[in-house]
Design a protein around this ligand. Structure first.
Ligand SMILES: [Zn+2]
Ligand SMILES: [Zn+2]
Length: 366
């Protein structure tokens, strides 16, 4: 057992509350990680607001990085002292895991969203309230995390952990969508709607894949300017009435690829409409969860493809080290997106993120 301090979501829109709790020792393939940093992602706020995941009270956080402090008896690939970035968890034995798509794991809910450990036990001891844990296989808004070997990717020890936090979700999602799901050929074109962390990661990955036109669309002029420093070749303000026409003009008839990293219906429809016949669209924004998208059938006739790509369809243990490699080569400079806060200021960090003042807040633990 280890004593921890956690920031707990208690009710929608309310500030997180700090609680002193006791975290169980790792069993089986579990690992105990001392948290060095965690990103704050929009999905944590959907959890706080009761839109996604187990009900409050619950510990959010799913971009945890840290140092392995203890391991369960069945852990094979990690040792005490290893540096890890945590991502979404998976079982390792279902059909999708065996087909190398662990982000689709058929046991996804059991491993990520029950508020309990995958083995069904409580992670938090002596907790009479029943605070949920193991959100996305971690619950990283706490000084220690009980994760599993399956959702931990090892990092080189010379890589700054306080910069590594967004790798497990935001960076994996944006970059994985381009590199794993879209696989553009050299010279193809892409439009990315939404210049948040996920959209910026997609822009950087599109540059890595040598896309010839990388078009970013957002309402925030500062973010559009930043996207251009990261690889966007063109920027369009989303308030323009002719966004789709501008993209068709820039790409000679429509982009090869379109990414929605916003999640509201009109933007999703523009993402589809801006692609050419045969275009490939990936929808990543989650704000319209539970709603229907009215897609004109005319848009589907000529081999357009629309898909989701949760966590960039990655295998964390393979993909996160690839992103580190790109970063160290100067090709994926995602630390430019980060604003760091001490753990005590987590509510300030969330407020700044919700107001659009920062792109990727990262909480750093002492
Ligand atoms: Zn996330
Ligand atoms: Zn599985």
């Amino acid at each position: 057992m280890v004593k921890i301090t956690a920031a707990v979501a208690v009710k929608p829109k309310a500030p997180l509350e700090f609680r002193e709790l006791e975290l169980a020792d790792p069993e089986g393939n579990e690992i105990l990680v001392r948290t060095v940093a965690t990103g704050i992602c929009h999905t944590d706020l959907l959890l706080r607001d009761g839109i996604f995941g187990p009900p409050a009270p619950v510990i959010p956080g799913h971009e945890g990085v840290g140092i392995v402090e203890a391991i369960g008896a069945d852990v094979q690939g990690l040792r005490v002292g290893d540096h890890v970035a945590l991502s979404q968890s998976s079982c390792g034995f279902c059909g999708d895991c065996r087909r190398s798509h662990p982000m689709n794991c058929q046991n996804y809910t059991q491993y990520n969203l029950t508020g309990l450990r995958p083995n069904g036990k409580k992670a938090l001891l002596c907790d009479e309230v029943g605070i949920g844990s193991n959100f996305v296989g971690q619950s990283s808004f706490a000084t220690h995390i009980l994760a599993t070997e399956n959702n931990a990717a090892q990092l080189p020890k010379d890589f700054d952990l306080t910069n590594a936090a967004p790798l497990g979700c935001g960076m994996a999602t944006g970059a994985g969508t381009v590199i794993n799901a879209m696989k553009p050929e050299i010279g193809q074109t892409i439009a990315v709607f939404g210049a948040g962390a996920v959209g910026m990661a997609a822009v950087m990955a599109a540059k890595v894949r040598r896309c010839s036109k990388i078009i970013i669309i957002d309402l925030n002029e500062q973010r559009l300017a930043m996207a251009k420093t990261l690889g966007a070749t063109h920027a369009i303000n989303g308030r323009d009435p002719d966004v789709v026409e501008q993209i068709h003009a820039l790409t000679g008839g429509g982009a090869d690829f379109g990414i929605d990293a916003v999640g509201i219906i009109p933007v999703i429809l523009n993402t589809i409409k801006c692609t050419r016949a045969g275009g490939h669209v990936v929808l990543l924004g989650l704000d319209a969860l539970g709603k229907d998208i009215p897609i004109p059938l005319d848009l589907m006739v000529f081999n357009r493809k629309i898909q989701g790509a949760i966590l960039g369809d990655q295998i964390p243990q393979l993909f996160i080290p690839q992103l580190v490699e790109l970063n160290q080569a100067g090709l994926f400079p995602f630390q430019k997106l980060i604003t760091k806060y001490p753990f005590e200021k987590i509510n300030e960090a969330i407020a700044d993120a919700e107001a659009g003042r920062v792109i990727k807040p990262v909480i750093v633990f002492n």
